[in-house]
Design a protein around this ligand. Structure first.
Ligand SMILES: Nc1nc2c(ncn2[C@@H]2O[C@H](COP(=O)(O)OP(=O)(O)O)[C@@H](O)[C@H]2O)c(=O)[nH]1
Ligand SMILES: [Mg+2]
Length: 339
């Protein structure tokens, strides 16, 4: 999954990229005028599985993070960020060159820029479609185009006042908004980038989920001794523990994601799916052949696994589920299929 980093210039985006890279023990790459890194989260359930089942190799989901180099409204930035499936919106909450932070105002500015851009894209697309309507020979094609125009007109109106992600049933039109790169529809999480002087100073409310982090401080911390960290933390009322866990807590709900596990000694994996995904689609995340030949899903819920303490002892709790079973977070799955 790709996550694009969006924010005003000097809001701390690159610092966030470095911070996420450090947390995930990943490198940073610069290519095509963008910075790239990989984000992974510690997974307590995987730790438990590893211990209980004596696993040799485990794999967690990777999130590909990229920061296009350029201003939000810049065409390059927008065409690049369009390829993301979700956004981190970085807001400056540290004084920079004598300028006090105004994260709420910055957020409004970003929203405004994105909405304006979205309306422009929609308008242009409606024009294009109206032209092709004149040329379409078959009724079926004309109906399809007219249907899309109706949706776009609704979007255009909605985007006059609110981001498209607030529109009812917007997920149904995912093909449209990702195709056109209508960023106000993309799921987003705010990273409030704070410093020692602003951390937890004000209770800021946003219309999106947000997490307050100390990216610069935590990068600095790596260079300090335990005593220095302690001294600094006390004098500036900063948390001694790393705040990365907060991102982990917010992330999954903000993007409506969860995992299921497939357990094999040599190769145990956590697979990324959206909340509400059915067993059939989940099986296809592993391999399309499994989806094509799907028979049943053998499911052990995470709660049952914990009660039993091992896969072997959890066998009596195993349920056989059909294609339309809605996967639960942490399910341990084995899909029966024919080739
Ligand atoms: N005090 C402080 N400075 C920061 C913080 N994050 C970034 N900076 C500084 O702000 C400037 C811009 O940061 P950068 O990450 O390059 O921002 P970008 O332009 O959004 O990528 C740099 O000089 C950083 O060192 C922070 O949390 N606290
Ligand atoms: Mg940068």
């Amino acid at each position: 999954m790709n996550i694009g980093i969006l924010g005003l210039p000097y809001s701390g985006k690159t610092t966030v990229v470095k911070y996420l890279a450090m947390q995930s023990n990943a490198g940073i790459r610069e290519q095509n005028n963008a910075l790239y890194t990989t984000l992974t989260f510690p997974d307590k359930r995987m730790e438990i599985l590893k211990e209980n089942e004596d696993l040799i190799k485990t794999t967690l989901p990777h999130f590909y993070i990229f920061e296009p180099n350029g201003a939000v409204e810049n065409a390059h930035t927008l065409s690049r960020i369009k390829t993301a499936q979700a956004l981190f919106i970085v807001l400056r909450n540290f004084p920079f060159q004598g300028v006090d932070p105004e994260p709420v105002k910055d957020f409004e500015r970003i929203n405004h820029l994105i909405l304006e851009k979205d309306r422009g894209i929609i308008k242009k697309q409606i024009e294009t479609l109206k032209n092709s309507l004149l040329k379409a020979k078959f009724k079926k094609d004309r109906d399809d185009i007219e249907h899309t125009i109706t949706i776009l007109e609704k979007m255009e109106e909605f985007a006059l006042s609110k981001p498209l992600r607030d529109m009812e049933e917007i997920h149904v039109h995912k093909g449209i908004y990702t195709g056109l790169g209508l960023l106000s529809a993309y799921p987003a999480l705010i990273i409030l980038s704070s410093s020692e002087s602003t951390y937890k100073q004000n209770n800021i409310i946003f219309s999106l989920p947000h997490v307050e982090l100390l990216p610069d401080w935590e990068l600095e911390k790596r260079k300090l001794s335990k005593e220095e960290i302690k001294e600094f933390s006390v004098s500036f009322s900063l948390p001694e523990e790393d705040l990365f866990y907060k991102l982990n807590e917010k992330f999954w709900n903000a993007f409506s994601l969860q995992v299921f596990y497939t357990v094999k000694k040599e190769d145990t994996r956590a697979w990324l799916i959206s909340k509400g995904t059915q067993a059939l689609e989940a099986s296809g995340v592993i391999h399309t052949d499994i989806e094509k030949g799907f028979i049943k899903a053998e499911i052990i819920s995470w709660q049952d696994y914990i009660k039993a303490g091992s896969i072997a002892r959890a066998k009596p709790f195993m349920r056989l589920e059909d294609k339309d079973y809605i996967m639960k977070d942490g399910d341990i799955a084995n899909f029966r299929f024919k080739v």
